[in-house]
Ligand binder design. Structure first.
Ligand SMILES: O=C(O)CCC(=O)C(=O)O
Length: 156
């Protein structure tokens, strides 16, 4: 079933202030369900300077035992290169509109953009919707946010 869609930008940052946690630029795998597939589409042209997505094909079924037993899903570039080899890391470049499908149980990450922004669309399917990847909200709560705004503006 469709479990969510999202759009996000990543922006170039200088090396000194780069925080990998804010750009998803650390290798990790996602535990969304027993079976999950995500379709990614670049909405801007993506080359090596604009934060291409990278992944390790086959790593969804081939993980180092220590990585499987660890509670950490994140791995450094060095750990990934040491175990899989740099020749087994796939980089996706493409023009706006280019898309690919990935089982994000494999190791993957965004490369930090060097000079150009990147906009990505993700559409995710899984067996069950655990509510982690959508922004469905109770319409009543949205109504009340709207009402609060109206009240705030009326009182200004
Ligand atoms: O933005 C990217 O290329 C990586 C996305 C990602 O790591 C994720 O969706 O879990």
């Amino acid at each position: 079933m469709h479990t969510g869609s999202r759009l996000w930008w990543i922006f170039p940052v200088d090396e000194a202030s780069h925080n990998p946690n804010k750009t998803i630029s650390f290798f990790h795998y996602d535990l969304d369900d027993y079976s999950c597939i995500r379709f990614f589409f670049y909405l801007t042209d993506v080359d090596s300077s604009s934060g291409p997505h990278v992944c390790v094909p086959g790593s969804h079924t081939n993980k180092k035992l220590a990585h499987v037993l660890s509670l950490m899903k994140r791995r450094s570039d060095r750990e990934i290169v040491d175990y899989y080899g740099s020749e087994n890391i796939l980089t996706f470049g493409g023009e706006a509109g280019f898309g690919f499908a990935e089982d994000t149980f494999c190791f993957h990450k965004a490369t930090p953009p060097k000079s150009k922004d990147r906009l990505m669309l993700q559409i995710q399917f899984a067996i069950k919707d655990y509510g982690n990847h959508n922004d469905l909200a109770d319409p009543l709560s949205l109504q009340s946010i709207g009402d609060d705004n109206k009240r705030d503006h009326a009182s200004v």
